[in-house]
Design a protein around this ligand. Structure first.
Ligand code: EPU
Length: 337
């Protein structure tokens, strides 16, 4: 394995930010992992597909890009299959592999950028499904103790775009492999209105996993910018969870304010951050090369040469404005380095 110096990270983050790594290496094997542990370079920044990170400075130490590969069927019954995938596999490649085998469970999560290993860190979710719904276990290397650990679902403490790997164990665990439980006779999840409506509009009355996946892909492509063409990291902020009282008082001024119930938590509702940002007048706005996407207000974009600080400044202005207008403190979903 080669450890390079002074590498531009522009090709390695979907925002297309031109920050530099003091050292940079690609992890492709167990042997590479041993080399890295022996080299003991600090600080260590773990990078998957670079699709959920905003680089605001050059990074000291070592940036390690995970490209551990391999997809296997581990166990099979009449109704279910346990599969495992190397943490450096691209998430959508895994989704396509599951569809080719007619395994259900990943179809709603089609076309999410990033790697398999990053998926549990933020418990990726879309169109009514979350990674935790199919998660079995993962293997990680505890970088402090230098040993392997297995994490079951309950150990991961999954929440909305959240897990133990974003909190207590932040930066400490290098995820090497993820196991998922997929179905051979899938029950489709069509709870997300836009998804059900799109299928109906296409005249599909009895969809299979492939039709659902194709529909999700079409919805995503119609709203979300392709990072290969315009830099972005998907939703920049989380949808805020607020007390019902705040929602009710806002609703007096904004009768069309969308809200989503939070099952098991009667005191709180989830609001659409994109709606708040749009209502505050930010949708499609641009400051230099940093902007708010014109089709989805939750996505910040780099029109070419924005720096991480330019994007961060735009994000802060939006946060400040939303706090003033709606008394809501928007939190970034993207990791800020
Ligand atoms: N809306 C607006 N203006 C917009 C866009 C949306 O007012 O510009 C309102 C609409 O009322 C719409 C509601 O916001 O009904 C929700 O919009 P959408 O379905 O596009 O989803 P989202 O809440 O903005 C979340 C995820 C996405 C995921 C979609 C679909 C978060 C932070 N984001 O976005 O995930 O693809 O739902 O399930 O939860 C990501 O995490 O990077 C990501 C793209």
């Amino acid at each position: 394995m080669k450890i390079q110096s002074g590498i531009s990270l522009k090709p390695y983050n979907t925002f297309g930010i031109a920050a530099r790594a003091e050292r940079f290496a690609i992890l492709r094997s167990e042997e590479d992992l041993r080399t890295i542990l022996r080299a003991n370079i600090a600080p260590l920044h773990l990078l998957g597909g670079g699709s959920n990170v905003l680089l605001t400075k050059d990074l000291p130490g070592l940036v390690l890009r995970n490209e551990l590969k391999g997809i296997h069927v581990e166990k099979e019954t009449e109704t279910e299959v346990i599969i495992s995938a190397g943490a450096g596999e691209l998430w959508h490649e895994l989704v396509l592999w599951s569809l080719a085998h007619n395994f259900g469970g990943l179809e709603n999560l089609s076309l999410i950028p990033g790697t398999v290993g990053a998926a549990p860190i933020q418990n990726i979710g879309a169109y009514g499904a979350e990674l935790k719904d199919v998660f079995e276990k993962l293997e990680a290397c505890d970088l402090e103790r230098g040993e392997r650990r297995i994490f079951r679902a309950e150990d991961c403490r999954f929440g909305y775009r959240n897990s133990i790997f974003k909190n207590e164990l932040k930066g400490r665990c290098l995820i090497t492999r993820v196991w998922l439980r997929l179905s051979k006779s899938p029950t489709l999840n069509l709870s997300y209105r836009i998804l059900a409506d799109s299928l109906r509009n296409k005249g599909i009355t009895d969809p299979g996993v492939r039709e659902v996946s194709e529909t999700v892909i079409a919805i995503r492509q119609s709203k979300l910018p392709d990072p290969a063409r315009i830099g972005n990291a998907g939703s920049f902020f989380k949808n805020p969870e607020v007390p019902v009282q705040l929602y009710q008082s806002l609703k007096e001024n904004y009768p069309d304010l969308p809200a989503f119930p939070l099952p098991g938590n009667d005191g709180q509702v989830k609001l659409a951050a994109a709606w708040l940002i749009e209502k505050a007048g930010w949708k499609g706005r641009r400051i230099g090369d940093a902007g708010v996407h014109e089709k989805q207000a939750l996505v910040l974009v780099n029109y070419g040469n924005a720096s991480g600080i330019d994007i961060l400044n735009l994000a802060r202005e939006i946060q400040h404005d939303i706090l003033e207008k709606f008394a809501i403190d928007l939190q970034p979903e993207v990791n800020i380095w």
